[in-house]
Ligand binder design. Structure first.
Ligand SMILES: [Zn+2]
Length: 159
């Protein structure tokens, strides 16, 4: 029973890692407060690790998790775990990441952060432009109204 439960837990770990490894291809960037401080528990290293990469302005989703999978510490600890539990060595590859992949991910993340910053600036500029247009329109309407009142007074009261 305990063995079955452990196997089930291991399968869910594999599934989670497989899903999160998909982040490698397309880094997703959020603002710096998105899921701030979120951690994940690595059962092989027996410790908590930051789930995301966070800078002053941006967060790269799952960056910390992926970096951990590529770390020497995680490779070493998973090796020990596999030996102690007599697990199938082939499956260990599923929970590891090669160092060059995390380097590529880092380069892609930097580009994605630049794009994110540009898009954010563009949307702020667009919102500011819309606000200015709205104010101009309101001012023009107020001016037009004032002119009409003045004209009406002139016509009826002889001002
Ligand atoms: Zn680990």
């Amino acid at each position: 029973m305990a063995r079955k439960a452990r196997r089930l837990r291991m399968n869910s770990q594999y599934l989670l890692v497989t899903l999160l490894k998909k982040s490698l291809r397309h880094p997703v960037v959020h603002d710096s407060v998105w899921e701030s401080g979120r951690k994940f528990w690595c059962p092989f290293c027996q410790k908590e690790v930051n789930r995301h990469w966070t800078s002053d302005n941006e967060t790269v989703q799952n960056g910390g998790f992926l970096e951990h999978l590529s770390s020497k510490e995680h490779h070493r600890n998973s090796y020990k775990f596999w030996r102690q539990n007599h697990l199938n060595e082939e499956r260990r590859g599923k929970i590891l990441l090669r160092e060059e992949l995390i380097d590529k991910f880092e380069a892609k993340s930097e580009k994605a952060m630049v794009t994110y910053r540009e898009e954010k600036q563009n949307s702020l500029k667009k919102a500011a432009d819309e606000l200015k247009l709205e104010e101009d329109s309101r001012w023009r309407m107020a001016w037009h109204h004032e002119q009409m009142v003045g004209l009406t007074l002139a016509l009826y009261c002889g001002f």
